[in-house]
Ligand binder design. Structure first.
Ligand code: SME
Length: 160
């Protein structure tokens, strides 16, 4: 269905451009948000190297609830303000954490995780979900990754 022969050595902005293009292709014309998040989680895991978890938490009744993902089973509910995801949801701001062990309150779903990138998805000024990426590598994520995932989050606001 899609060419997933991703070249992990591509420059990061180009990798994110191709990821966004693939996410557009898989979600176009589909109005079920869960189905779209599931395919986007699979694409993030396929396009972005050195991840051990890629997926979504959705804002449900004032707390984050686990959504579609690729990776090991994870914590189901995260209160606002707790952990990296809860910080992103509470502030509406991207959290780029180079060393999760140095982040106060980090929630360790997978002990292998060393760095994390969490980007809120906003609709009409409200956080409706967050994209969460985890890596077993220290300092895996750069400002270019944050910019790429922020573009994806803006794009997905109307498709989830
Ligand atoms: N580490 C996250 C929890 C979610 S898992 O990584 C999938 C956090 O601190 O919010």
């Amino acid at each position: 269905m899609f060419n997933l022969d991703v070249d992990p050595d591509l420059p990061t902005p180009e990798l994110h451009r191709q990821l966004l293009q693939a996410c557009d292709a898989v979600t176009a014309g589909e109005r079920d948000g869960v189905a779209n998040m599931a395919n986007v989680a699979a694409l993030m895991a396929a396009f972005l190297p050195h991840l051990n978890w890629a997926g979504f938490y959705r804002m449900v009744d004032g707390e984050l609830v686990l959504g579609p993902f690729a990776g090991r089973p994870a914590c189901i509910r995260i209160p606002l303000g707790q952990g990296v995801c809860g910080a992103a949801a509470a502030t509406g701001e991207t959290q780029l954490v180079k060393d999760v062990h140095a982040f106060p309150g980090h929630i360790a779903c997978d002990a292998a995780s060393r760095s994390e990138l969490v980007v809120p998805i906003m609709r009409k000024g409200q956080v409706i979900a967050v994209i969460d990426l985890d890596s077993p590598q220290l300092a895996r994520f750069t400002a270019e990754d944050a910019a790429g995932i922020e573009a994806l989050a803006r794009f997905l606001a109307d498709r989830i």
